[in-house]
Design a protein around this ligand. Structure first.
Ligand SMILES: [Zn+2]
Length: 567
């Protein structure tokens, strides 16, 4: 479409600015795409029916793409479950008061989320065990690693007086040795297995509210990294195949306005095997959306999430050098009883995913796990010479050698600066200053030519992308302001690309999104001021004024307060 053809625009944004260049810019939009980006010439596209938005000098950004955001889990923790987080309750008595007053959900259960041991202290089990004898109650903690159940829930789950804890799990006990109602990590499944599926109406209602919140933050694309049969044990059992189907229904009904790539989850956070992946793929679940005729630019199943290892915090990151209080190397969490066996299993899992034409998104935090994941990807790609755009998730301690291999084989890298900002001090304590300095080697990755993207991992950190960008630029943590000479800092423009054009590559979508240019999808985030290239601290003061998704206004000034409160 040349300007000479004078097709009238549906929407024109005037008086915008671009982060990279000085001067004012106007953008015309029609048919869901950007028609033109330019100066006065763009105004010729304003017709009688054109909506004109004055950006008043605000920065025009490509719509933000958070390439690792647990959409369903975040939606449910924010809008689905009853909130007993730090802002709602500051003592166990207040938690009990909230639980005592609420009506049970559609399925007869009370599900709540957000208690924080750091805020509330111990003693929750004693307060909650005998509460609400009429109703099963389950209350997840803010980290997703612990839950409390009342006696009625214990009975519903068939938990007797002396249950044995599974490997990797802990059951809290009373003084007499009976279960107290506290279940940690792998033991949580003893309760969640008994939970009825989250009602689909609840999933959909929370998803719609959360989508609106994301648009208010300028987000127009995301990767939901884990829905499917393995989601039953995660975060209240909401991340299941039901959730995949709810997203599909939203897309078919025209209610989905944020673009979502999903990764399938065939196992929980540990124990994935090639058999599980093989059987999962044989079920054909990966074809769900294409069979329904859903536009893959809006909603697609992109690949499979694979947990290669765990986290440094829990001692389950697989590192070449020992770390932590146990002074161990950790290990991978895929099926197998030896490092060699687990490595072979991982290779077979990635081979299966690659052969199915899907992406492997591999959670690897330790340097040894990252190496094993890169080896597995390179081996899988060697079978047919095709580059699958597989990627490493977190990759927190990637060596320079790993980074160069990532770049050479077109393997992506998705990491989370806001997690470093929140947990960096703990990581320094566990792993020592040397490894801490190399933690999340953002600049080394870009210098090596790696397709790096930065993401929130919400609900682990907030979806506010300004914090992720600022954390990548400053490398600050809670207790340290960040060093100006930190070699792993990146610039604010690099960080912005890592939340726009680079994740579009991960989505196989760089041809239609991730840049503000003619012919690209009209996904646009308009700030209320210019891009603060010189002083990243100013980014926190910028608000998202407008958000455009596929050419439609999905957020505008004044909408912030409407509809975003918890219900
Ligand atoms: Zn995650």
């Amino acid at each position: 479409m040349s300007l000479g053809e004078r097709k009238a625009a549906e929407l024109v944004i005037i008086n915008g600015t671009l982060p990279e260049t000085a001067g004012s810019v106007n953008v015309a939009v029609a048919g869901g795409a950007v028609l033109a980006v330019g100066g006065q010439d763009v105004l010729a596209l304003v017709g009688p029916g054109t909506r004109v938005i004055d950006a008043e000098g605000g920065a025009l950004l490509p719509g933000i793409n958070d390439a690792h955001l647990h959409f369903i889990a975040s939606a449910m923790t924010r809008f689905g479950y009853l909130d007993v987080g730090a802002s709602a309750a500051s003592s166990w008595q207040e938690v009990a008061g909230i639980l005592a007053a609420v009506a049970p959900g559609r399925d007869g259960w009370i599900r709540a989320h957000g208690w924080d041991e750091v805020v509330l202290g111990p003693g929750g089990a004693e307060v909650l065990l005998e509460l609400r004898p009429d109703t099963p109650v389950v209350v997840f903690d803010q980290t997703g690693h612990q839950l409390l159940a009342n006696r009625t829930a214990l009975e519903a789950a068939g938990i007797g007086r002396a249950p044995a804890a599974p490997a990797g799990g802990v059951i809290g006990r009373t003084a007499s040795g009976e279960p107290s109602g506290l279940f940690v990590d792998a033991a949580m499944e003893m309760i969640t297995a008994a939970l009825p599926p989250v009602p689909r109406e609840d999933l959909r209602s929370a998803a719609l509210k959360f989508q609106r919140l994301l648009h208010a933050q300028g987000i127009t694309s995301l990767t939901e990294p884990g829905l499917g049969p393995g989601g039953k044990s995660l975060l209240g059992g909401a991340c299941t195949t039901d959730a995949l189907e709810v997203l599909g229904a939203m897309a078919l009904d025209g209610d989905l306005t944020v673009r979502i790539n999903t990764l399938l989850l065939f196992a929980g956070t540990g124990g994935i095997s090639a058999d599980m992946v093989g059987n999962g793929l044989a079920s054909g679940l990966q074809h769900l959306y294409t069979q329904q005729g859903i536009d893959p630019r809006l909603l697609r199943i992109a690949g499979v999430k694979v947990f290669a290892d765990g986290t440094p915090r829990s001692g389950t990151a697989w590192m070449t050098e020992p770390y932590g209080e146990q002074c161990s190397h950790g290990s991978m969490v895929v099926a197998g009883s030896t490092d060699a066996g687990r490595t072979a299993e991982l290779n077979e899992i990635v081979r299966l995913v690659h052969a199915a034409g899907l992406q492997a998104g591999i959670h690897a935090t330790g340097d040894a796990a990252t190496e094993a994941a890169v080896d597995a990807i390179i081996a899988a790609q060697a079978t047919d010479g095709r580059r699958g755009r597989h990627y490493i998730i977190h990759g927190a301690f990637s060596s320079n050698d790993s980074l160069h291999r990532l770049a050479a084989h077109d393997v992506g890298y998705s990491t989370n600066p806001a997690i470093r900002a929140a947990a960096g001090d703990l990581i320094r304590r566990l792993l020592g200053p040397e490894r801490y300095d190399r933690h999340q080697p953002l600049n080394s990755a870009l210098k090596a030519g790696v397709k790096l993207n930065i993401a929130s991992d919400s609900p682990v950190t907030d979806t506010d992308w300004r914090r992720t960008v600022a954390a990548a630029v400053t490398r600050a943590t809670v207790h340290s302001p960040g060093r100006p000479d930190d070699p792993e800092r990146i610039t604010s423009l690099q960080a912005l690309q890592a939340m726009t054009s680079l994740p579009a590559w991960q989505d196989h979508a760089e041809a239609f999104k991730g840049q503000l240019a003619p012919g690209m999808a009209a996904d646009i985030c308009v700030l209320d001021g210019a891009w603060p290239a010189a002083d990243i601290d100013e980014l926190a003061e910028r608000q998202v004024a407008w958000t455009i998704a596929a050419g439609s206004v999905v957020h505008e000034p004044g909408w912030v307060s409407a509809g975003l409160d918890r219900t």
